[in-house]
Design a protein around this ligand. Structure first.
Ligand code: ASP
Length: 800
């Protein structure tokens, strides 16, 4: 009948964030429960638990003192004790001794595993400063219990020892409910199975089906034949009772029950602070929290510390519509001003925003005295209770103050001055290939031209007969023709009738075409990107880039979590960065504005390390000359900070969560970051913008075309002038050398028209080429056929 309070204990421990506590118990059962508690604490290695078993609950002074002494030895200022005793009646006994040994002062916190907190006379503890939390199963304000107590009060306490009072001990309440359960089950059993009565109960006696009398108490005992049916009936029961809703799970344990959570503290009579239910776990009452909370809400408003940081908190610029000056919290605007307002209205508290005196976030300034500056210090010293600011959650701070669940995700990022945007030049069509590749193409072109020239010379397939004189053969692949063929292929144009017919020539041609195909396709694929992209070439892209160079200085805020991150980091890059910054303290800045200004003014020679949301905001403000580079260095969050164990912590967290869930925070972020943005483009997104190609991107190719045209006109004019002075219009014949071909060249052999064509040659048509005398060097003349061809007498295999 007694519901388990293990999960409720776990939730309280988690809620209070007791990382180190004493677990005091007095029976095996307590030990089992501790095991269950440790298993239920998510990361049990984070918890430091000391167990102490009380061998005699009436003589626990020594155990309590020993426990206290241990705590003092460890220099702990606060003592957290979970007391989990096997019987309700043990609690008053041990608590009495707690008073006697003086462990009922400020600094002592207890969670009691009792389920009858209200019967413990807790009002005795409201002046010592101790803080005690426990559970109450019987809900005296429920109608059922009130009705029941009316009868309970009237019964004779001489006959019924616990009755006759206006309250009921837990044991009695459980017994009452147990009887109720049995009675209801039997009634239900009889209703569903009417003949059971006749078979089982006769003349006040219990019978079995086999007609034997009574429950057979033999050895080994045999269960009563109806036991199982009765059990099944009880498990399926769902009734109200003195101890609340009565329902059992399949194993016969209580389910769907509720425990009221009570607390007593300094000047705070035992009061209900919340409820623990199996369904919703711990739910706190916002209006009936503890003394501190009550005092604050009634006497004075919560002091909320914050820091002037755009767009989190700023002084209102626009005058009010009615002309009256702003007062109180209204003088501020910004994300944090809105957030504080939303949270206060959701949890129903008054607050007053005060700017942090030293305008810093907070770092540990003195290790020995655990002294902090900034907002963290103000919370620790009690100068403020809440900090609503872009305050980063980190483990060092979590040790001394409490944080709500995060309201914004951030990470440390790098801000630099935006570099000039590089426009593609007029020769950007050259960019798709590196110069090495261009050289390869040129050499390939020359090699193929020469290669095909040579192989064609040796191959008979390339020699054709002259249509006018079948005795004569000619070869198309002169050197210029070969080069022209290679050029035609490269430009995907082909070259008229100059096409290889020999196998060797075709192999070279095929290989060249394949190379050209791939080259041109790759070029085309790359070209678009190089012609249209306006590239933002940033000098650094990451923290590693920063470390590797010495030209650009970099720094962080002097006091804050970003600085602490680099200081404590074990990553070598960040360690090096910290070393650099520490050896050059001038890189630190006092506030974010100073850092951003420094980036803007130092012509790209200073990079600022700051949290991403500040970075994004500043980049979206005029003069729009800063940008964020690279990924965030870490991932972190902003949370609302409060003094340790402020009773409204949970309420604040719940409010933050509901603001996140209903999208309010997202909207607020949009309002202050996007809607108030002043720059057209977000940094780094220019590349993605589609643009049509402009002349400036491709002007280079027209320069080449113009140069080609001009050159050809000049050469044309030169040719004209040159040939004008000569009467012959026939182009000069050319002589080719072809080793191995015997030539009997005499002037008589040469046809008249060829002679005419060679008129200009001072030495005559059979003259040695390049001054190399000797018949064997000739292989023939070129006739006036155009384009120039090599002609050979086929019969005599003699070149003519
Ligand atoms: N938000 C940071 C903090 O809480 C400030 C920073 O160091 O960047 O300390």
């Amino acid at each position: 009948m007694r519901p388990s309070h293990t999960k409720a204990l776990v939730d309280l421990i988690k809620q209070y964030e007791w990382r180190a506590f004493h677990y005091v118990y007095d029976s095996e059962e307590g030990l089992y429960r501790l095991q269950a508690i440790l298993q239920a604490l998510d990361d049990r290695y984070k918890y430091h638990v000391r167990m102490r078993r009380l061998s005699d609950v009436t003589a626990a002074h020594e155990d309590l003192r020993a426990l206290d002494k241990l705590n003092k030895l460890e220099n702990r200022t606060e003592t957290f004790i979970v007391m989990d005793l096997s019987k309700e009646k043990h609690y008053p006994k041990v608590m009495q001794q707690v008073r006697e040994v003086g462990m009922n002062k400020q600094g002592y916190h207890y969670i009691l595993g009792t389920l009858e907190f209200l019967n413990l006379e807790m009002d005795r503890y409201q002046h010592g400063g101790v803080n005690i939390t426990g559970f109450q199963l019987v809900n005296y304000s429920s109608d059922y219990v009130r009705e029941f107590l009316k009868i309970w009060k009237q019964i004779d306490s001489d006959i019924w020892p616990l009755g006759g009072y206006d309250h009921i001990p837990l044991e009695a309440a459980l017994a009452v409910d147990a009887v109720e359960v049995i009675q209801r089950t039997i009634v239900q059993l009889f209703t569903n199975y009417t003949s059971l009565y006749q078979l089982t109960f006769r003349r006040g006696e219990i019978y079995n089906y086999n007609k034997t009398k009574g429950v057979p108490c033999v050895d080994p005992p045999v269960p009563w034949m109806h036991g199982e049916a009765l059990m099944r009936g009880m498990v399926s029961l769902h009734i109200p009772g003195v101890t609340g809703n009565i329902q059992f799970d399949e194993f016969g344990f209580r389910r769907d029950y509720k425990l009221d959570v009570y607390n007593v503290g300094l000047n705070n009579a035992p009061s209900k602070v919340g409820e623990w239910t199996t369904k919703h776990r711990m739910v706190y009452n916002n209006d009936t929290t503890t003394t501190m909370d009550k005092n604050l809400t009634s006497d004075s408003a919560y002091k909320v510390t914050s820091i002037m940081e755009e767009p989190f908190l700023m002084l209102r610029e626009k005058p009010p519509p009615d002309g009256k000056p702003y007062v109180g919290n209204d003088i501020y605007e910004g994300f944090c001003a809105d957030l504080a307002k939303q949270i206060a209205s959701r949890i129903g508290i008054e607050y007053e925003i005060r700017l942090v005196k030293d305008q810093t976030y907070g770092v540990l300034v003195n290790n020995e005295t655990d002294e902090w500056d900034g907002m963290v210090g103000e919370l620790m010293r009690g100068e403020a209770q809440i900090a609503v600011a872009p305050l980063t959650i980190n483990s060092e701070r979590e040790r001394v103050i409490d944080f709500s669940k995060p309201f914004m995700d951030i990470g440390i990022s790098i801000m630099i001055k935006k570099p000039e945007i590089k426009k593609p030049g007029v020769f950007s069509f050259m960019k798709p290939f590196t110069w090495q590749l261009w050289m390869c193409i040129i050499f390939g072109y020359i090699a193929v031209g020469i290669g095909i020239f040579f192989v064609s010379r040796f191959s008979s397939a390339e020699w054709r007969r002259l249509p006018t004189d079948r005795k004569l053969a000619y070869n198309n692949f002169t050197l210029p023709n070969s080069l022209w063929f290679a050029m035609g292929s490269l430009m995907l144009q082909g070259s008229d009738d100059t096409c290889p017919r020999s196998a060797s020539g075709r192999i070279i041609g095929g290989a060249w075409w394949f190379a050209v195909l791939i080259t041109i396709s790759s070029y085309t694929a790359n070209l678009a990107a190089f012609l249209t992209i306006e590239k933002l070439l940033t000098p650094i892209e990451s923290a590693d880039d920063l470390v590797k160079q010495s030209e650009i200085a970099y720094g962080t805020l002097r006091s804050g979590s970003t600085n602490a991150f680099f200081k404590d980091s074990k990553v070598s890059t960040y360690k090096q960065m910290h070393m650099y910054m520490d050896t050059k303290p001038s890189v630190y800045v006092d506030n974010l504005n100073q850092g951003i200004q420094r980036v803007r003014e130092s012509k790209g020679k200073y990079a600022f390390l700051l949290e991403s949301v500040h970075n994004e905001y500043a980049n979206n403000r005029k003069p729009c000359d800063t940008m964020k580079v690279g990924h965030n260095l870490n991932s972190n969050h902003y949370g609302i900070a409060t003094t340790k164990h402020l009773p409204i912590n949970t309420a604040i967290t719940l409010a933050v969560l509901s603001l996140t869930e209903d999208g309010t925070l997202e909207n607020m972020k949009k309002t202050w970051w996007i809607d108030k943005g002043e720059c057209q483009f977000q940094t780094g997104h220019r590349e993605s913008k589609k643009k049509s190609l402009s002349l400036s991107n491709v002007a280079g190719i027209y320069f080449i075309l113009i140069a080609g045209l001009v050159l050809s006109i000049i050469i044309g004019v030169c040719e004209f002038i040159y040939f004008k002075s000569k009467p012959e219009r026939v182009p000069s014949a050319m002589v080719y050398m072809m080793p191995g071909v015997d030539s009997d060249c005499t002037d008589d052999d040469v046809p008249e028209e060829v002679k005419l064509a060679n008129h200009r040659s001072s030495n005559g048509p059979c003259s040695p080429v390049n001054g190399n005398a000797g018949k064997n060097n000739y292989f023939g003349y070129l006739t006036q056929y155009s384009p120039p061809r090599i002609t050979v007498d086929v019969d005599s295999n003699t070149a003519v």
